[in-house]
Write a protein that binds this ligand. Structure first.
Ligand code: ASP
Ligand code: MG
Length: 418
């Protein structure tokens, strides 16, 4: 069997969903299909949540209405019998509205997972119903009942053993050839919905691939495959046909948007190849990530990670015992879910580059107990793999660089945003 994953961009319109039907009907193998929320639905649901958390239930429901309208427009265009589509998702919107009207926004992270997870429920219900209407038999699965995770809300990790038992209990390819489940979502051991981190549907696909020992996992995207840089940010990008798991981990860690960093390990563990293919050109080969490749990547790879903050800490007690300070600082940052992408230490201070998230201020408060903390916002981190002086010149000249690190192969430049 194979796992196919379709991201938000491939399901943002009726046309995209029709294209999925075409791709799926051309596949003769058994399929498990993992699908993200449609278009920008996750962002919209985050807004629904924000109003809800401010106890502005009317604004929250008005926003939800926009989400509903968007889905209904797609259904109208998609189905021969739109009523089938409406009746599939109407109860879900009613349930959501009830949750918002009656709920009390006490815990942001928990409510995030409870509400935002519905984006994927909606998209999969619509697509499953549409495929059925088009004569493509399939079974819809609720991943909140199958993927068991820890309770790290908004950034949960899947528990493989329990999830495997659940999944293998319901998936039987001798009975059905196609199963459809949501990316991004699961539930903890007591059944509270969890999400796996933004863009986490790739990780879901990899988990399903691992648990069902898939022959391959394919991520269908709105790009021709993996490129050496984001074409929206850099000129003259080139296609990379083959990467090793290690290459992919490095790229994802540096902030390449192409795959979620947690995606690779479950695949590597079972040596399952990961294909990245363009959904608007299903005959194109795209890129493949696997254990070994014919030749190493021979073009420089550029990755830009925006919205970074440089945090500098000096121990208040002037102990300068770096090991102790480091472990203290990292414990706090870990607790507040800060993702550290660069570290620099000196005799008297530690500097880290982190994503600017809603957790930052809490972390800074707590760090201030033990450290004198200062920070710079609005930075971007450029990672160049396969570095040359020419590329450094081209990408960083005239830029205000706050921190740089260079090894033989890789250079990292933390700069003020343009
Ligand atoms: N819908 C989620 C997001 O937008 C998960 C995903 O698309 O991978 O982050
Ligand atoms: Mg997405």
């Amino acid at each position: 069997m194979k796992v196919y994953k379709f991201g938000g961009a491939s399901v943002r319109s009726a046309e995209g969903i029709k294209n999925i039907a075409k791709i799926v009907s051309g596949e003769s193998e058994d399929l498990f299909i993992v699908i993200s929320a449609m278009g920008k639905t996750t962002n919209a649901m985050e807004e629904v949540l924000d109003f809800f958390m401010k106890a502005d239930h009317e604004a929250s429901i008005a926003k939800l209405q926009e989400v509903e309208n968007y889905h209904f427009e797609i259904i109208k265009e998609l189905f021969a019998q739109p009523e089938t589509g409406f009746s599939t998702v109407k109860p879900v919107f009613d349930e959501l509205e009830k949750m918002i009207r009656e709920g009390i926004g006490d815990d942001y992270d928990r409510w995030y997972d409870r509400l935002v997870s519905f984006g994927e429920i909606l998209s999969t219900l619509i697509i499953s119903a549409y495929l059925k209407e088009s004569g493509i038999k399939n079974i819809w699965l609720d991943m909140r009942k199958l993927l068991v995770t820890d309770s790290n809300y908004r950034e949960a990790t899947v528990r493989m053993t329990e999830s495997q038992i659940n999944l293998r209990n319901v998936v039987d390819f001798s009975k059905n050839k196609i199963y459809i489940g949501q990316g991004f979502i699961g539930a903890n051991i007591i059944g509270n919905p969890t999400t796996l981190g933004r863009e986490g549907s790739d990780y879901s696909a990899a988990i399903v691939g691992n648990l069902l020992s898939a022959e391959s996992v394919t991520i269908w995207k709105d790009v021709p495959g993996i490129l050496n840089a984001d074409p929206r940010l850099f000129e003259n990008t080139v296609h990379i046909p083959e990467l090793t798991y290690l290459d992919a981990v490095e790229l994802a860690f540096s902030g390449a948007q192409i795959i979620h960093p947690k995606t690779i390990k479950p695949l590597e563990n079972k040596q399952i190849p990961l294909f990245v293919r363009p959904f608007n050109d299903p005959t194109a080969k795209g890129s493949v990530i696997k254990a070994t490749t014919e030749k190493p990547i021979d073009v420089p790879v550029l990755i830009l990670r925006k919205n970074q903050v440089l945090v500098t800490m000096r121990p208040r007690d002037f102990s300068f015992v770096l090991e102790e300070s480091l472990s203290k600082a990292f414990a706090v940052m870990n607790k507040h879910r800060l993702k550290v992408s660069m570290i620099q230490s000196s005799a008297i201070s530690i500097s880290v580059c982190v994503d600017n998230t809603r957790y930052l201020s809490g972390a800074l408060d707590e760090l201030a107990n033990d450290f004198k903390v200062s920070y710079n916002e609005n930075l971007e981190l450029l990672t160049i793999r396969g570095i040359t002086d020419e590329i450094i010149e081209k990408t960083t000249s005239g830029r205000d660089i706050l921190l740089k690190q260079r090894t033989r192969r890789t250079g990292r430049f933390l700069m003020k945003e343009k």
